[in-house]
Write a protein that binds this ligand. Sequence first.
Ligand SMILES: [Zn+2]
Ligand SMILES: [Zn+2]
Length: 601
Amino acid sequence: MMMDTAPTIMNPSLAHPPPVASTPVQDAVKACQFGDEDALQELLEPATGRALVDVNDRDAEDVPLLHWAAINDRRGVVKYLLKRGADTCAIGGVLKESALMWAARQGYMTIIVDLLQAGADCLQRNTYGQTALHLAAQRGHVNTVLVVLAAGTPVSSKDSKGFTPLMYATKLRISNVDLIRVLLNYGPSPGVEEKDLEEGNTPLHWAIVGGVQSPYALSPILKAGASLDAANKAGFTPEELALSLGNQGLGGYLKTCRNIPIRARDVPLKRGLFLPLIQLLWCFGFVNTFGCWGCLGGAAGIGATSSLTYKIVQFDANWVPLGVALWSLVLIVASEAAFLWEEQAALRSMATLLPALVTLCFLYKSMATKPGYLAMDPSAREMAINRLAEEGRLNSETLCTTCIVEKTPRSKHCDTCGRCILRFDHHCPFVANCVGQNNHRFFVGFLFFAVVGISSFLWNLYSYGQAECGEWAMWRCVFGHSKFLGCTAILAAYHDVWIGLLLLTHLRMVLINMTTYESIKGRRWVDNTTHGKPFYVRYPTNCFRFFFRPGRESGRMAGAYGRVPTQDLDMMGKKDEDALDSMEGGASRDGGMNANESRVV
Ligand SMILES: [Zn+2]
Ligand SMILES: [Zn+2]
């Protein structure tokens, strides 16, 4: 059968195209280039007489037939040749390359999978000592890089010039973020400190030589631990190299990088946790001294301390919102205990203090519980990559290039945590953690008891003001009695409103089995039958699973896509499955059907 796409009729490394001739081998080469299986079969297995061509015959340029089929993405011909016993390790062309290398240079993923399954050696090297991985990295073929890595090529293998695939990638393809991430994250040692033999450049040097413009493009390699002090053979550090090449902006950026703690290297600085306490007390003190106008001074103080302290006392800003939540709670409890506690009405105060204690417990649980990370052991990862490649679905939608794991329908990568989170809801700065499959219920508990406790505090305050001064003068009375108490009241009212609204949206999402992320990105789930609720089963089932079987649904959903992460299955025992099935009756089957109909696009 003739293919209508124009074939690649020469290896880029060849100086001349094959001479036009009508020898049987030349006809076979042409059949391979054009994907003409019938013509090829006629030459290799004629109906009558002896075969005119052998499957391992070569053309005048010493290139085997398999190479021509591979470089032209003729999958049918490749499969036919492999079935006929073509040598997968044969080398050909000026650069003495294998068919796998020719396909890798072009990025033909399915051909590469076929060749590897037929026994092609991914460790073979050409005359420059380059493997298929080097060639794919040079051309920026992320999928091919993944497949040859999964086949066992070491990620930091060097060619005869001492270049690793990462050096080629940073030099030629620095803007290809997925490629850089895969090379940095696939193995335990990505080789960011390696130097080539000629110039002694590290991958960071090569990125600068390659003309990187955006400092953002360098952040993955800097986070992976690239040294800012490594000098090349000419004695230049990356910063000096950027300046010598006239890239002042990049040089300046690399200079400031020395002062920024890189999270991969440094322990997060939790001093940020205490900044809100200082700020709140500062603000309260101002109001206490200067009355209502003190609010302005307090607000200015918060702004100034936020920027100043960050520069003077370095800390991880991720801990600041958690500090706000924690210290607000402490101030409310302190106000309740100091001003509103009465012997006769101790029960009323307990209605604030007990929920505050429970809130604190749930805050801790939300913070300390791992949200559920998507993880794969190396062998499962290799199988997943091969399967996705074979199905032609290997891309950044199905595989996380940072974690190198196959995504599940409800997982999402969190840049702050640097991990893929199961049933991702959102990254919550107030608990300094991702809210996902395993801690979402604790987060909802935190919101619920916070609203109960704060509302009770405000009610006690209202009663207190009413008793002291009568209804109309209440707020003036509270401020008159203690400005500190007045400040806490404003803080509490503010928290009550936004936490209350957040609680309502989360309760609604628990009922319909959605996450915040899915609500925002609702259009990703094409869904004609479930009215925008692709994971809905039944209200009681949704709630039961949310609070008592958080791992279960993720596994079922993953199953609906034919992808079951081992971790999910481990988390739900067989017994739980049976118990739930008997409890839910037909509802879960409906849920399964609905799940099948929705697709991530
Ligand atoms: Zn990830
Ligand atoms: Zn996160």
